[in-house]
Ligand binder design. Structure first.
Ligand code: F0G
Length: 459
């Protein structure tokens, strides 16, 4: 096209009203929720960027698929449509549906991981880490080191030397599999290059270790490879995705991301023996192997979603809309993890609020302020989520980064919604020196970020 504006490649078919709570209503909601944004009701939020998971809009073709859903318990037509879509995309011979991503993780690790094992990943997502640790194993993050402000094409890559050193250190017998998360959500939504996937593959091959992809955002990763890696400019996103899957022995997928559905996931692999064990566990926890906790109509929507997500017009719009938000706020001097991730922009609260120490939760303070000023809900990824409380009552051990993730739901918000978000972020950033920290007054023993209660620290 001769024009530079990248349009949303869809018309809006059904709309859902957004409430516009007043500043007073937002303040009251904050106090009721103990300054924890997970405690807000969705109708108290104007633009909800808490997650891109299960929050996207389905297409009319997906809704049509829902009507075709075949609700037979065993061997439904919808299962076979889903199975052939996954096989066609991934090339894996064994396809196991689950109700969401973490259920696939739980089953895979129950079958493959034992007490005392070590599982390397570029960066584990929090449920992935928790499921590895639940087996008594250690989850090790081996992403290449980089600074948040550094602009590099593939900051999600694994450090190959560190992978080799880890295997040598703990012994190959203790490494049951290597995971690669594409794109690397907890590390800023950054992509992994094909070259790096091949290098990880080579190390795994050398030691005889299976390699699995945590492939929730496989299509966004494929698009970044097309844009940024030599030799891929003329390949289709589907060809690139298939090459990515071909390098691994299997995958876990939360289809709530690049499956373009509101609920669903799957586990796929080539090893028949492992798949039999996985299916036995599936029957115990999720459901019969031809539905795995999903309805026939969910399987139809998912099969269709896997097609649509690889459409070039969709991916061009998707990645551009995230970058558009990043460009607007960095243009006004707001520090972010560079470059923009595929599904989210991560604001660097440590750089923005140097006067708030980690144990007073600068990223939580920023997330609260974005909601207070503009009704925008993001999520803290910092010391509240990953820091450790001091048992002696001293300051928390800080997380490595203090980030606020603004995750963009797929096909849901328009450019003016994003313009509004940018305006709110820039306005809040301009008042950064006035902002103060928070203290936790109540917290759960694990995953405290979901329920912790806060109060402001006013000097
Ligand atoms: N792996 C990654 C990389 C994820 O980002 C997620 C979920 C999961 C696994 C688990 O999938 O939620 O379907 O069980 N991420 C969401 C988020 C929750 O907000 O980033 P699930």
């Amino acid at each position: 096209m001769p024009y530079r504006t990248i349009i949303e490649p869809f018309r809006i078919h059904t709309v859902q009203a957004i409430d516009l709570p007043s500043p007073e209503e937002r303040e009251a909601a904050l106090q009721r929720a103990g300054y924890n944004l997970f405690g807000l009701h969705a109708d108290e939020v104007i633009i909800d960027l808490l997650t891109d998971s299960g929050t996207g809009a389905m297409s009319s073709e997906q809704w049509a698929g829902m009507m075709r859903g075949d609700e037979s318990y065993a061997g439904s037509r919808s299962f076979f449509r889903f199975e052939s879509a996954v096989k066609e995309l991934t090339g894996y011979t064994e396809v196991i549906p689950t109700h969401q991503g973490r259920a696939a993780e739980k089953i895979l690790f129950s079958v493959m991981v034992s007490d005392g094992d070590v599982v390397p990943n570029n960066t584990h997502f929090d449920t992935t880490r928790a499921n590895v640790e639940y087996q008594g194993a250690e989850a090790v993050d081996l992403v290449v080191p980089s600074e948040p402000s550094e602009i590099l094409p593939f900051k999600g890559n694994m450090d190959i030397e560190a992978l080799r050193a880890t295997i040598e250190r703990v012994g190959v017998d203790r490494v049951p599999l290597v995971m690669m998360t594409v794109t690397n959500n907890s590390g800023g939504g950054q992509p992994v290059s094909m070259e790096n996937l091949k290098a990880v593959r080579a190390v795994c091959h050398e030691y005889g270790i299976p390699m699995f992809l945590d492939a929730c955002r496989f299509a966004e990763n494929a698009w970044f490879i097309k844009l940024r890696e030599e030799g891929y400019a003329d390949r289709t996103p589907k060809e690139i995705a298939r090459e990515m899957f071909s390098l691994a022995d299997g995958c876990t997928v939360s289809a709530k991301k690049d499956g373009l559905v509101n609920m669903g996931g799957f586990l796929a692999m080539n090893d028949h023996e492992t798949s039999l064990q996985a299916r036995n566990l599936l029957i115990l926890t999720e459901g019969f192997p031809t539905y795995g906790g999903l309805a026939g109509y969910d399987l139809e929507a998912l099969a269709q979603g896997l097609e649509e997500v690889l459409d070039e017009n969709y991916l061009r719009y998707r990645i551009r809309s995230t970058e558009y938000l990043a460009d607007k706020i960095t243009g006004a001097g707001v520090p972010i993890v560079q470059p923009a991730g595929g599904h989210a922009v991560y604001i660097d609260a440590k750089a923005m609020l140097p006067h708030i120490p980690p144990h007073q939760y600068p990223a939580q303070a920023l997330a609260i302020e974005l909601y207070r000023n503009g009704g925008v809900r993001g999520v803290e990824i910092g010391t509240v989520m990953f820091g450790r409380p001091d048992p002696a009552g001293g300051p928390d051990a800080p997380a490595p980064m203090e980030l606020v993730r603004l995750a963009i739901p797929r096909r849901t918000y328009t450019q003016s919604h994003i313009d509004y978000v940018a305006e709110v972020v820039i306005d809040v950033a301009n008042g950064a020196s006035e902002m103060h920290g928070y203290r936790i007054v109540d917290q759960a023993p694990w995953l405290r970020h979901f329920t912790a209660q806060f109060e402001p620290v006013i000097a």
